[in-house]
Design a protein around this ligand. Structure first.
Ligand SMILES: *[C@@H]1O[C@H](CO)[C@@H](O)[C@H](O)[C@H]1NC(C)=O
Ligand SMILES: *[C@@H]1O[C@H](CO)[C@@H](O)[C@H](O)[C@H]1NC(C)=O
Ligand SMILES: *[C@@H]1O[C@H](CO)[C@@H](O)[C@H](O)[C@H]1NC(C)=O
Length: 521
């Protein structure tokens, strides 16, 4: 009897415990994943899906809906018409390595203003943000460079999480209070890595100052204006809303992104979009297995696209592929590729994760986007990386340094360098071994990236934000942060002391001189 009672008591206690853990049961969550880029959305989709499967009511505004009718708690508002906006803003420009980063950032912001207008003008979404009775327990928005959508946090008086499919750019780190010293930590859009040379530190410092000024005086007022146009004029200033962000989910792994100090509300995600391998479609399987000397898989990802790269580079690549002993499977976005070598097979769409899982794939030639790199790491396929935009050059350098691939500069590379690199990576076993080591390191974690994202989302719902974790670096004024007031005080003090000493010295010297004169007289 006593035993039974004890059992019941334990059951009750455990029941209550699990109830308190699930206190945020069935919260209402709004997600805005604005960027029309397949690789970005691949990071966000699992978060929306997992939250809905935990019984939360999730509404997602996305250009790439999951469209899975079994996800009954997930409502998706389709903004796929925004793909035209990104195309209209000239992807070739972003891709060019010759263009300075200061000319690219304003273009990315300009694209974001247009994206925001298009999303706010969506009729379904309009019904949500114009409804005075609408309530949310949590808002999750993509944060790439522009903070416009963070204004929804003030509109609905709900805690907000910023999520990025890559690292954070300098303005985002600044808003959440991460130290961003230009002497050590490379900016996402700058390709510097490890110990910076004097020239690199000089450039990175200039960029640091420029980006602060640009955000403060140009971009933030514009973003604020866009948000006010749709959400009403009684919002607080957008920069203040941004500093209220509850957490930042960054898709950073400590290999591709140099480790750096971060406040506790930055949650690192890894391998978000990786799925267990699925069986390949028969035609693709045949192509891979009929490659006698092995297969080279070539894709520049969903944003760069082989279509967009300079003609010169495309011709060079065809020349290189013709000289290889391997079959090449190329993700190419058109039906026809004039002058295609006979050992090259083109397909418009390919199941990349599943292809990389096939043991006959020897090398992955990639642009070095984060999602592609993670797929290569997870499937242990060494890489030849030809970076074009954003964080790709930084990733390429890190992959090269880790010995899991080689980094090619498309501006100066030659046919011979490319052929040598591809054959080296295919035949030298060290690349694959390093890849295996890297995978083991990255997989050795107490919980997966997705589990971390869900835990933090529910933590923020339970505790109504993370005000208690706010770093003082968020609120400190810049001249105090850099100790400019203290340094000025030192300079004044030292100058004063030196002046007093000089005066004193002169005084003593003059008195001695006078005395001497009197004596000699
Ligand atoms: C939807 O949420 C409810 C609770 O709000 C839960 O019982 C149900 O299992 C969820 N459905 C799915 C498919 O996740
Ligand atoms: C930031 O959050 C605090 C507490 O949650 C709130 O009082 C304040 O008004 C918010 N500020 C802005 C600008 O949203
Ligand atoms: C291309 O330039 C990079 C430096 O930007 C250099 O490291 C590399 O060796 C060069 N490659 C060739 C083939 O000249």
């Amino acid at each position: 009897m006593i035993r039974f009672l004890r059992k019941m008591y334990l059951l009750l206690v455990f029941g209550l415990l699990s109830l308190s853990v699930n206190e945020c049961y069935s919260a209402r969550i709004l997600c805005i994943f604005q960027m029309p880029a397949v690789s970005h959305q691949a990071t966000f989709q699992p978060i929306a899906r997992a939250l809905s499967l935990r019984g939360h009511e999730v509404i997602t505004v996305t250009p790439r809906p999951i469209n899975d009718p079994t996800l009954t708690n997930l409502t998706e508002i389709d903004t796929s018409h925004t793909y035209d906006i990104i195309n209209g803003h000239g992807f070739e420009f972003f891709m060019s390595k010759e263009k300075a980063v200061q000319t690219k950032i304003p273009k990315i912001f300009a694209m974001y203003y247009d994206l925001a207008h298009a999303i706010f003008q969506n009729e379904q979404f309009k019904k949500i943000y114009t409804n005075p009775d609408e309530k949310f327990d949590l808002i999750i928005v993509q944060i790439y460079v522009s903070p416009i959508m963070l204004a929804l946090s003030a509109k609905f008086n709900a805690p907000i999480i910023g999520v990025s499919s890559m690292g954070g750019w300098i303005g985002t780190h600044y808003a959440i209070g991460n130290p961003s010293l230009p002497s050590m930590y490379s900016e996402m859009f700058l390709p510097y890595n490890g110990e910076l040379s004097f020239y690199e530190r000089f450039k990175s410092t200039l960029y640091f100052i420029w980006s602060r000024l640009y955000v403060n005086f140009v971009a933030m007022p514009k973003c604020d204006k866009v948000a006010r146009k749709y959400l009403g004029n009684d919002l607080p200033y957008l920069a203040d809303i941004e500093r209220n962000i509850s957490a930042l989910f960054l898709n950073i792994n400590p290999i591709l992104y140099t480790p750096r100090p971060m406040v506790p509300t930055v949650v690192p995600l890894v391998f978000m979009h990786i799925q267990p391998p699925k069986p390949l479609p028969q035609d693709i399987k045949n192509e891979i297995e009929s490659a006698k000397n092995g297969l080279v898989y070539f894709s520049l990802g969903s944003n760069v696209k082989s279509m967009n790269i300079p003609q010169r580079v495309r011709n060079l690549l065809m020349d290189v592929f013709r000289g290889l002993p391997y079959k090449v499977l190329w993700k190419f976005e058109k039906e026809e590729l004039p002058g295609k070598p006979s050992n090259v097979v083109i397909k418009k769409w390919l199941p990349q994760q599943d292809i990389l899982a096939h043991p006959n794939v020897k090398v992955f030639i990639s642009q070095g986007g984060l999602q592609s790199s993670e797929e290569a790491i997870d499937r242990v396929v060494p890489m030849v990386v030809i970076p074009f935009i954003a964080d790709q050059e930084l990733n390429a350098k890190n992959l090269h340094e880790f010995g899991v691939g080689r980094h090619i500069d498309y501006l100066n590379t030659t046919k011979q360098e490319l052929i040598d690199s591809i054959i080296d990576v295919a035949e030298n076993p060290k690349y694959r071994e390093n890849m295996k080591k890297l995978r083991t390191l990255l997989r050795d974690e107490p919980m997966t990236g997705l589990e971390r994202a869900i835990w933090w989302s529910e933590y923020i719902i339970r505790n109504k934000g993370t005000r208690h974790l706010r770093s003082p670096t968020v609120d400190i004024v810049w001249y105090k942060y850099f100790l400019l007031d203290v340094i000025s005080a030192f300079i004044v003090l030292i100058t004063f002391i030196v002046l007093v000493y000089i005066k004193l010295f002169n005084f003593v010297k003059n008195t001695l001189k006078k005395k001497n004169k009197i004596k000699t007289k």
